[in-house]
Design a protein around this ligand. Structure first.
Ligand SMILES: [Zn+2]
Length: 296
């Protein structure tokens, strides 16, 4: 298989800083056959008050070695270089880079700061975007010294916008995490036929990491806010929002997506809600098969 391997996300709300939960989940991931796990820094208390929590990092490292899993790392979800306390956000980001480097994980995922797009007034957008670009440039130097690749993930914005931003940052170690589930929701909402697949092709020059999961491309207003404010069990019957289901359960055409990124040689992370743990095995087999058949 040309990709580095397939992994699964450790779930922040499930672990909630408890090493025993992490340990149990890692044992299960190993048993299923995953080669990688994405560690949410916030799920393991990896950064506290802006500082790196070295003890937490060491515990995670020990547990990974025990279960023969390699890691990629995810920044805290609310980390945002476009708004809030800019100095503190940069401090948290640097500690995330240190966590990743000490874990020898290489890949660090950061949600692009545009994820609250409905809340940010348009006249401030350009300024906020400029701030984020400058911050990423300086964080890129800090990360390069520590061998870390920053991968900016699309959440509620377009992939074209993300490509433009990462292109402006223009650093080898600042690339894109393409989250196909988020993109599918975004382009379904815009109602742009073909926009979804075309936009994925545009990310290819910057593509350093991918997130795979499924949904129905359906939501009522804003999928991020929906996902935060409406409980999962109230959305699932209607197939609404960012459901993080195993591929095949929703409507995302992975058979069409994978050929578009056939040169991709990184890690594939399945970002699936733990309620579907009984489907992990099947999801792993099917995604490996798609990559083997479609990425030649
Ligand atoms: Zn994601």
């Amino acid at each position: 298989m040309p990709i580095k391997g397939v992994g699964i996300n450790a779930h922040s709300y499930r672990i909630k800083g408890d090493p025993e939960f992490l340990e149990a989940d890692l044992a299960f991931f190993e048993e299923v056959g995953f080669e990688y796990v994405e560690i949410p820094i916030h799920g393991v208390d990896g950064v506290v008050g802006g500082e790196l929590n070295l003890k937490s990092m060491e515990k995670v490292k020990e547990a990974l070695e025990k279960h023969r899993l390699k890691a990629t790392v995810h920044c805290p979800d609310p980390l945002n270089l476009r708004e809030g306390d800019f100095e503190l956000s940069q401090k948290v980001f640097k500690s995330c880079i240190e966590f990743t480097s000490k874990l020898e994980a290489e890949i660090l995922v950061y949600h692009d700061g545009n994820f609250k797009r409905t809340r940010q007034r348009s006249q401030h957008q350009d300024l906020a975007r400029r701030k984020e670009i400058e911050a990423l440039e300086s964080l890129s130097d800090f990360a390069a010294e520590r061998g870390v690749q920053i991968c900016v993930e699309n959440v509620a914005g377009s992939l074209e916008e993300l490509v433009r931003m990462v292109g402006e940052v223009d650093r080898e170690n600042v690339g894109i995490t393409c989250d196909f589930g988020h993109a599918f929701l975004f382009y379904s909402a815009c109602g742009r036929k073909g926009g979804f697949l075309e936009s994925i092709e545009k990310t290819v020059p910057y593509l350093r990491h991918v997130h795979i999961h499924d949904n129905f491309g359906r939501f009522t207003s804003d999928f991020v806010l929906d996902s935060l404010t409406t409980p999962y069990i109230d959305r699932l019957p209607f197939g609404e929002g960012d459901l993080h289901m195993p591929p095949g359960m929703g409507k995302i055409p992975y058979n069409k997506i994978i050929p578009l990124i056939k040169g991709y040689r990184g890690v594939v992370i399945m970002e699936i809600d733990p309620r579907y743990k009984d489907f992990y095995q099947e999801a792993l087999t099917s995604i490996k098969k798609i990559f083997e058949e479609k990425s030649k």
